[in-house]
Design a protein around this ligand. Structure first.
Ligand code: PAF
Length: 282
């Protein structure tokens, strides 16, 4: 595996792959890799000749009060895991490579509507930061196909909308969430949890599973299901941010006729904000 931090060197490699007609898969990450990320890399390996993984903790997608400075950075371990999976290139640009004119002057990509709701309402500017970095990384890597975890369900829909709106020549594929044995969705932020919080954390997946089972058995009292879910989260020790039942692609409020739904939740456990979601196909 080659580690490249320079954009020009990456472009040089990219030109050679293109000349030899190789198909390129891309997995953008912020590092601190866990089995969820590795499942994206395995999918990428199975779908292309060349796999590029990026590790870049993107300041543009963190709010002023958020965990940018504390975000776990584990490059040596990440690099070993990626090499073991046969990744071709690990791209590790610096903040000044990515934002040479500074964050204040940065041109940004904003996907209206879908970026402002749910997590976007709680984290203003977050999806603008995500859309901007992902479009920049797409411009640098120019992949044929790119893989994103469904754990960040809204992010995946924002990126799909961006690719459609800007006619980007890349196929965006969502990969199912990996979970621990107790149901907790894998996430780099789980590492912030104390032992007591870690024991409570799977409640978020249990609440989502209960709502899913209710909807599948014909319950359409969405407001009531959400309200009961919030109560259960509170009882477990969470401070809920939201539970939402939405149409799976537009993320608009679900109607009784919708057949593809997604139940999304975000909740604080101490200082850690956890998110999770479950899709429902009726
Ligand atoms: O999901 C993530 O890790 C990040 O939001 C991404 C897509 C790598 C952009 O920084």
């Amino acid at each position: 595996m080659q580690t490249v931090s320079n954009i020009l060197s990456l472009r040089e490699l990219r030109r050679n792959w293109q000349l030899s007609g190789q198909r390129i898969a891309f997995v953008p990450t912020m590092g601190n890799l866990h089995a969820g990320h590795l499942s994206l890399v395995k999918k990428a390996k199975a779908n292309a000749d060349i796999v590029v993984v990026s590790i870049f903790v993107n300041p543009l997608q963190f709010g002023a009060e958020e965990d940018l400075d504390n975000y776990p950075r584990t490059l040596a371990e990440d690099s070993e895991q990626l090499a073991a999976l046969g990744v071709d290139v690990l791209f590790t640009p610096t903040v000044s490579d990515i934002y040479p004119r500074g964050l204040e002057q940065q041109t940004f990509v904003e996907v209206p509507g879908i970026s402002y709701m749910i997590c976007g309402a709680s984290r203003p500017g977050h999806f603008r930061g995500v859309a901007t970095i992902v479009s920049k990384l797409f411009n640098m890597v120019q992949p044929n196909i790119a893989f994103f975890g469904e754990k960040d369900y809204q992010q995946l829909q924002v990126i799909k909308a961006m690719v459609t709106d800007l006619s980007m020549n890349v196929e965006v594929v969502g990969v199912p969430t990996m979970r621990h044995a107790d149901g907790l969705a894998m996430s780099s932020r789980n590492g912030y949890l104390t032992d007591v919080e870690r024991a409570i954390a799977p409640a978020i997946a249990r609440v989502l599973s209960h709502i899913k089972a209710q909807i599948e058995s014909g319950n359409r009292h969405f407001k009531q299901l959400i309200s009961e879910g919030n109560d259960e989260l509170k009882e477990a020790g969470f401070k809920p941010d939201y539970i939402e039942i939405r149409e799976a692609f537009t993320l608009q409020a679900a109607s009784f006729e919708d057949k593809e739904l997604v139940i999304l939740a975000a909740a604080f456990l101490g200082k850690t904000r956890l998110i999770d979601n479950l899709q429902v196909s009726l």
